[in-house]
Every structure is written in structure tokens, then in C-alpha cells.
Design a protein around this ligand. Sequence first.
Ligand code: ASP
Length: 416
Amino acid sequence: MQFPPTDAPPGLWARWLATPLYLRILGALVLGLLTGVVLGEQAGALAMPAKLMLRMLSALAPPLILFAIVRALVMAELPAGTAPRLAKLLLLNTTVAIAIGLLVANLLQPGTWHEVGPTPPAAVARNAPGPLEQFVDNIPRSLLGPLTDNGSVVSVIILAIAFGIALRHLRDRPLRTVRDAIDVGFDALIVILRWVIEIIPFGIFGIIASIVGTKGFAAFIPLGGFVVAVVLALLLQAGWYLVRIRFGSWVRPGQVLRGTRDALVMAFSTASSTATMPVTYACLRDKVGLRERSASLGALVGANFNNDGTALYEAMAALFIAQVLGMELSLTQQLLVVVTSMAASVGAAGIPEAGLVTMTMVFMAVGLPVEYIAVLFSVDWFLDRCRTTINVMGDINVSALLDGRQRRDELLEKAG
Ligand code: ASP
């Protein structure tokens, strides 16, 4: 049986699913604000759906990163001799992205813009234990956890149902090679991730209502600062790409921007670099005029590894929450943020909001409470679009640099 049943008349649920995610999130934001104002302190208990979501996101993050990296390494087909050059380009871009992110977050310090930090949803939830909280406690914290000695049976059942339904869609896929097995595992995780993403508006509604109700509007001042800081850092990263193209490729930065306009607009409107990939490739080859090989390497291979916007965002988010909490991150912890943000950006599977999932890994690595990620939900729908555009611009940058300083026609003329 499908959920919801396919023969049911298109009702509220179908209409809900058909509404674009960002509109649902905006609706949840407005409704959450109003509910917080009306209910006041009582709205604190509404933080529960966000807690539920965080539990699921934390459980999905490690296998998602594992599968994404294994898959990228197994599937990548690089022409001989290109791998070191490509790896160097990707590593340099990602390091610069994270450095820009940390620099801007350290300079602007958005987390300190107001002394009242947002209330951690966990703290709010602790005041309101009940059957719902008991249910949330059974949501597995990790995928393998429930299978170990002391795992609760309810957690095992929840896992079994989730994977059972997710794999139903994939049950007829033939499994001939290791590649097929990796694909099935990865796709099953993505199916479950999409379900969790569907409930994000409910989490946002609850968390906004609880913050407004218990802390008032002042708690949002740092969040506004965070949005400004991230957008500024992403613009700086875009500037870095254009300067690199100016000096490392035959194509002019203005030409690249004009030729790839469609891909950039699509990245912003879909928040998915994977969905944008074919358009990126076509723009690079047909409109910018790059060689087929550079366009495909940058757009197709780069799209798996290359998510600089996400890396920058994850590092900034960790620093921002540390600032909100008044926590000093030591040099070792900041280095850990850099390394985990890199890994997490590879795992951000090129789909909307994936960066939010893998962010739980970055937070856990440096001991930041993942509950605070819920606070970022309310602005993530917008920042996701911005960082996806930069992720795609990163692929464009790599393609242009791989194409080198000599244009295709010049080489052909010389050969002729
Ligand atoms: N949405 C991003 C992308 O598709 C991934 C992320 O959530 O950071 O590239």
C-alpha cells in the first residue's frame, strides 16, 4: 500500500506535498510567530517536533557521509593523469571557502549580536516530559545503535519500518555489481532523508513558536546577523572563483557568468546541485565553449565532491552557535571544524537541505549541542539556495580552470 493511498481524492495532504517546500517553510514561520505571541511561555513545549527531526537527522548523517564518499570514490572515472590536478583544485577551493567562512564569522561575530541566545529546544522540552517525549526517545540516535546489545525493540521496529518502506521502491533493482549495492544503499538513505525533510515545516513552526513565546523577538537578532555573515562570505567565495578564472583560464569571468546564468538561476530556485548538474554541463559546453572533457569533469565529477558553499556554511554555523553559547573553540577544535566540514560537504548529497543533515556530524565532532541546529532551520531554506548556487559555481570554476589558458578553437587552428 502506498502512503498516502494513490486512489484517494487529492486532499489536504496531496496539496501540502504539492506546495513548494520554501512556501511551506515560510507559512510555518509566520504561523510559528503568531502562535508564540499568543501562547507565550506555554509555547515552550512546541519545540518537540524539532527535537524529533534532529534525532532523525543525526541518525542519517554518518551513513549518508559514508555512502556519499565511498560512492564518489568508486564511481569516479577520471582520465589518466587528471586526478591529482582535480584533487588539488578541489582541496584549494574548499580550504579557501572554509577560511573565508571562519574569517567572516570571527570578524562579524553574529552570535554575540544580542546577549539572549535562542533557547535550546532540549531545555524547553525537558520541562514538558510526556508520552510524546517518550516516543521521541525511541527514535534511534544512530542507524546501528538499536542493533547493539541494549538497543530498544521499538527503535529496531522504527528502523525496520523505515528501511522496509524505502527499499520497497527499490526492490526490483538488479544487484549485479558492488556499484549497484552502493547505489541501492545510498538511494534508500535519500528516500528516508526526503521524508524527514517533509516534516521540516512542522519543526520550524514549533521551534519559532517556542523561541518567540519564551524569549521574545530579540532572540532573532543574532540569526539575522548570521544570514548577513553567510551571504557576505558566499559572495567573497564567488569573488575568489572569478579571480581564479580570470588568471587561470582563457575564458573571461563575465563570459562565464553570462553563459552559465541558467545553471545559477536553477541552482538558486531548486536548491539542488544534483538536479542542476545537466544544465551546468550543457551551459559550460554549449554557451561558454569549454572542451567536452573539462565541462564533464567539472560538472559531473565535481558535483560529487565539490560543495564549497556547504563547507563554508557548516563551518560558519558551528562557529556561530559556539558564539551564541559563549563557548571558545580551541585551535584544535577549529581545525576539527575544518576537517569535518570538508567531509560533511562531500556527504551533502546535492539535494535540498542535505547540508543541514551532515551538519550534525560537525557539531558532534567539537562537542556542540546539536539541538541548536533547530534554530537554523528557520533561515536554512534561504541559505540553502545561496550555498547551492555557490556549490554550482564551484563546479563551473573547476571546469574553467581545467580547460586551461588556451581556448579550444586556438588549438584546432594550430593543429589545422
Ligand atoms: N542543497 C545543497 C546542494 O544541493 C546541499 C546542501 O544542503 O548544502 O548543493
